[in-house]
Design a protein around this ligand. Structure first.
Ligand SMILES: [Zn+2]
Ligand SMILES: [Zn+2]
Ligand SMILES: [Zn+2]
Ligand SMILES: [Zn+2]
Ligand SMILES: [Zn+2]
Length: 303
């Protein structure tokens, strides 16, 4: 029995020794592969190439390795405006060309015939003898003509308007004194005494004294009763009956908003009945109406 058992042990040991050798070989192979992979990762560069330029070929920006050749400059020839330069890298060579100038004339400035660059201004025509062809005034430009001594062109030139001749302030629209003693402003203007153009305007008004204000209220009130002309209203009604100073009465009546022709007609209508034409004329003359106002009013009522 023991003998057999020993044989078995020997056989098993043999098998075990065989397998151990194999395992060692496999483990060594795996170790070598790992070492190789690590070495590859550490030592080999995965290049990152930059494009080639005029100065350098394709270059890896990690390891600096290069590939191929650098580019050739692509030259653009010089012009008046730019020097000879590489269209790829912008490198310049020399200076821009000189302009090819055409000298200035009466009407055109100095100009480069190649690139059209302009320098300075035209010289302007040289006319010695001008002839006035249209007189100038403050309202219209004048005109003169003449021949240019340089280019022989017939030149026409405007002559600026003359300045206006200012008037003093003039009343354009008088202020009005109203029936409640208030004042509605008018306007006054400075005009040109030559062409009559209006040059400046401003409000034109006045501040009434208490006497003027009351005279105005009184005048509007009385006119409905009297239907009279301005002189009768000033002297008889306001000055004599109401005792206002004549100056205030004159001032107020001159600025009332009143149609005196209409007042004459109202008078005639109120008084025509039973009255001769001659009598009406006498009365209306007394009440301060003019001959024209009386004639017109009498015509209205049939005389
Ligand atoms: Zn690289
Ligand atoms: Zn270049
Ligand atoms: Zn040029
Ligand atoms: Zn000219
Ligand atoms: Zn004028």
């Amino acid at each position: 029995m023991a003998y057999f058992e020993n044989d078995k042990v020997i056989i098993y040991r043999g098998i075990f020794m065989e397998n151990k050798k194999k395992l060692i070989i496999i483990a060594s192979a795996i170790g070598a592969a790992i070492v190789a992979a690590v070495l590859i990762l550490v030592l080999v560069c995965f290049h990152s190439w930059n494009d080639a330029t005029c100065d350098a070929p394709m270059t890896c920006d990690k390891c600096g390795k290069t590939k191929g050749e650098s580019l050739q400059h692509e030259w653009i020839e010089a012009t008046c405006k730019e020097a000879k330069h590489c269209m790829l890298c912008g490198l310049t060579d020399g200076d821009p060309l000189a302009h090819t100038w055409i000298e200035a004339t009466c009407e055109t400035a100095k100009t480069c015939s190649v690139c059209s660059t302009v320098e300075g201004d035209p010289i302007g025509h040289a006319v010695k003898d001008w002839k006035i062809t249209k007189e100038t005034s403050c309202s219209a430009e004048g005109e003169r003509t003449g021949t240019c001594d340089r280019c022989k062109k017939e030149c026409v030139e405007k002559i600026e308007k003359l300045p206006h001749t200012k008037s003093d302030w003039q009343i354009k629209k008088d202020f009005i004194i109203n029936s409640d003693g208030t004042v509605t402003a008018g306007t006054e203007a400075i005009v040109c005494v030559v062409c009559k153009a209006e040059l400046e305007t401003r409000e034109y008004t006045t501040e009434l004294t208490i006497s003027q204000k009351n005279a105005a209220i009184c005048a509007y009130d009385e006119i409905n009763f009297w239907h009279c002309g301005p002189d009768f209203l000033i002297h008889t009604v306001l000055a004599d009956f109401e005792d206002y100073p004549v100056a205030d009465a004159k001032f107020v009546v001159a600025h009332m908003s009143m149609d005196w022709d209409e007042q004459a007609i109202l008078y005639a209508r109120d008084n025509a009945e039973g009255s001769s034409r001659a009598n009406l004329v006498d009365e209306m003359t007394h009440y301060g109406f003019t001959k024209a106002q009386i004639d017109k009013a009498l015509k209205e009522v049939g005389y």
